[in-house]
Design a protein. Structure first.
Length: 202
């Protein structure tokens, strides 16, 4: 894994964790809003969980969800190439995570709360916030790649028309994450080029 890919993945993991906690708080406060109360889909609020206690609960559960995310392959470089693939795995990871929460609350009915609305809303909020945050990071990354920031330096071997066409495609498709550092025709030229520049791909 190249350095830029490692940094990208390293950003996603704590970002996902923060988004999961934020989704939990958002779902909890959403239940107490006048809009939701007027829809008559939830019962009246008789008890408010202390913020610190709820935060600790979310912190532990979010850490568990991150394990499901890792198992689903959300921090794999291959997975992160396709945003649609990421969305599917986020859905899978969040579904596995909310199943763990439901099982926990089933055996610990006296623990904190048993609001089905918070559980369901937390599930959807987690999917929404994680997908949106990853989408923003992806947009920023593509913008940086267009500026050749974080792009993998590549050397193209060959001098025919097809090779030149391929080099032009790489220059245009910056989202692929490659920057053409040069084009050579012989192995001697390649060796000379690799000595004078930091090349990551041939």
């Amino acid at each position: 894994m190249r350095k830029t890919d490692f940094i990208y993945t390293a950003i996603l993991l704590p970002l996902d964790y923060v988004m999961l906690i934020f989704a939990g708080f958002f779902a909890y406060h959403l239940r107490t809003t006048e809009f939701i109360q007027n829809l008559d889909v939830v019962s009246d609020v008789f008890y408010r969980i202390p913020t610190l206690v709820y935060f600790l609960f979310l912190s532990v559960m979010s850490a568990l969800w991150i394990i499901f995310f890792i198992t689903a392959g959300l921090y794999s470089n291959e997975t992160n190439r396709s945003f649609v693939n990421q969305m599917g795995k986020v859905f899978l990871g969040c579904t596995a995570g909310i199943a763990a929460v439901i099982i926990f609350l089933f055996f610990k009915r006296e623990f904190l709360f048993s609001s089905r609305f918070i559980v369901l809303a937390g599930w959807w909020c987690a999917i929404f916030f994680v997908v949106c945050s990853r989408g923003i990071v992806r947009i920023i990354r593509r913008f940086l790649l267009k500026k050749n920031i974080g792009a993998k330096q590549a050397i193209i071997i060959g001098s025919d028309s097809h090779t030149k066409m391929f080099a032009n495609v790489l220059k245009q498709e910056t989202k692929w994450g490659y920057a053409v550092a040069g084009q050579v025709a012989t192995m001697d030229q390649l060796q000379a080029k690799t000595k004078s520049a930091e090349i990551e791909e041939v």
